[in-house]
Design a protein around this ligand. Structure first.
Ligand SMILES: [Zn+2]
Length: 331
C-alpha cells in the first residue's frame, strides 16, 4: 500500500496546489481537530467527490453510505471516544478475525493501525463521506453522554437522603458537571465532548421514572443547565433556585418542570387548584405559582381561590380586581 497521505495525493493529482495544502495544514495546526480532506473541502479547494474518487482509485476500497448503517454501540464502547471523534473513524462490526471500520480518510494509517493494535484483528477499511461520518460521530458523542447520564442516575438515587441536591451542567468548550448534595459542592466531571445541546441532556433525563425541575440559561456557545430531579414526590415540597427542600411545606417553584406531576406556572390563581402565594414564604418576592396534585397535608395558611361573591369573577374592589377571593385552608 502506498503510504502517502491524502494531502500529498491531492497534490500529485493536481487537485490542489501547495498553497492550498499549506493553508489547510495551518488551520489544522491551529487546533481544529479535523482531517486535512475535510478542511480542504470546507475551504472550497477540492470537491468531496474528487476525494472519494481518489480514495477508491488509489486504495481500491469500498465506498459506503454510512447513514444507512446501524452502529453497534457495544463495539464502539471498546474504543476511546476521543480517538474515534478526532480521527473520524468508526468501528462497524467484527468477526473473530476481522474488524470493519469506516472513515472519511482511509489514508490515516495511524488510526487504522490502532484498531489492529487494540483488537489484534485485521482491519477492513471502508471509505465514507465527511458528512456521513460527522453525523454518526454525533451519535457517538451523545451515546457517551447518555452513558454518563445513566451513571448519574444511580448517583442521584444514592443522594436521596442527603439533603437538597441539584445537578449542574455547565458547558463552555468543555462540559462540567457538578452535584450539590448535603451542602457539599462537589465537582465530578470535566468532559471534552465537543459542542452539545442542553436539550439532549434534558431528553436523557426523561428516560428515568422520575420528573425534574430545571433552569436553562443559554449563550451563543455556552449554557448552564440546572436539573433538580424529583425522586420522592410526596416528600419534595419546597423548591426554589437554591435547592430542593424535602419538608412539610407546600410545593411551589418558579422553575420549569418535566414529569408526571400536574404542575404548571401561572401568575394568577385558578379555581380548583391550591393557591400558594409565594411571598407568604419568601419575604419581598412577588411571585405566585400554582400547583396541583400535591399530596399529603398542606400547612395552615394555604389559600384556596373561590370565585368572588360580589362580582362573580368580573373583578371588583372587594377582590382587588382579581375576580377571586380566598378561603384559608385549615388542617
Ligand atoms: Zn370581586
Amino acid at each position: 500500500m502506498n503510504r502517502k497521505n491524502l494531502g500529498d495525493l491531492l497534490l500529485e493529482y493536481k487537485l490542489i496546489t501547495q498553497d492550498d495544502l499549506d493553508e489547510a495544514l495551518r488551520l489544522q495546526s491551529k487546533g481544529e481537530k479535523k482531517r486535512i480532506g475535510e478542511i480542504l473541502v470546507e475551504l472550497g479547494k477540492v470537491a468531496e467527490d474528487d476525494i472519494q474518487y481518489l480514495i477508491s482509485k488509489q486504495l481500491n476500497i469500498p465506498f459506503i453510505f454510512l447513514r444507512d448503517i446501524t452502529l453497534d454501540d457495544d463495539l464502539i464502547k471498546k474504543f476511546p471516544k476521543d480517538f474515534l471523534i478526532n480521527n473520524r473513524i468508526i468501528p462497524l462490526y467484527e468477526t473473530n478475525n476481522e474488524i470493519s471500520v469506516a472513515t472519511n480518510d482511509p489514508f490515516n494509517f495511524e488510526a487504522i493501525n490502532k484498531f489492529k493494535e487494540i483488537t489484534g484483528k485485521d482491519v477492513n477499511v471502508s471509505a465514507c463521506s465527511s458528512k456521513d461520518i460527522l453525523e454518526k460521530l454525533q451519535h457517538i458523542k451523545y451515546f457517551y453522554l447518555g452513558q454518563l447520564v445513566e451513571s448519574l442516575d444511580s448517583l442521584i438515587k444514592n443522594l436521596k437522603k442527603s439533603g437538597f441536591y441539584r445537578i449542574d451542567f455547565i458547558f463552555d468548550k468543555t462540559l462540567k458537571i457538578n452535584i450539590s448534595g448535603s451542602f457539599a459542592f462537589q465537582k465530578i466531571y470535566d468532559l471534552n465532548i465537543g459542542q452539545i445541546a442542553p436539550e439532549e441532556i434534558l431528553k436523557y433525563f426523561q428516560k428515568f421514572e422520575y420528573g425534574y425541575f430545571y433552569e436553562l440559561f443559554t449563550n451563543t456557545n455556552s449554557f448552564i443547565l440546572f436539573i433538580y430531579p424529583i425522586l420522592e414526590l410526596s416528600n419534595i415540597v419546597f423548591i426554589n433556585k437554591f435547592g430542593i427542600f424535602p419538608d412539610k411545606m407546600p410545593l411551589f417553584t418558579d422553575l420549569n418542570y418535566w414529569g408526571k406531576l400536574n404542575i404548571f406556572k401561572s401568575e394568577l390563581p385558578k379555581v380548583g387548584y391550591n393557591f400558594i402565594p409565594f411571598k407568604q414564604f419568601m419575604q419581598g418576592e412577588n411571585i405566585i405559582n400554582l400547583i396541583d396534585n400535591v399530596s399529603g397535608s398542606l400547612p395552615e395558611g394555604v389559600m384556596l381561590p373561590v370565585l368572588c361573591e360580589s362580582c362573580k369573577g368580573a373583578k371588583c374592589e372587594n377582590c382587588n380586581h382579581l375576580g377571586y377571593s380566598f378561603e384559608v385552608k385549615h388542617g
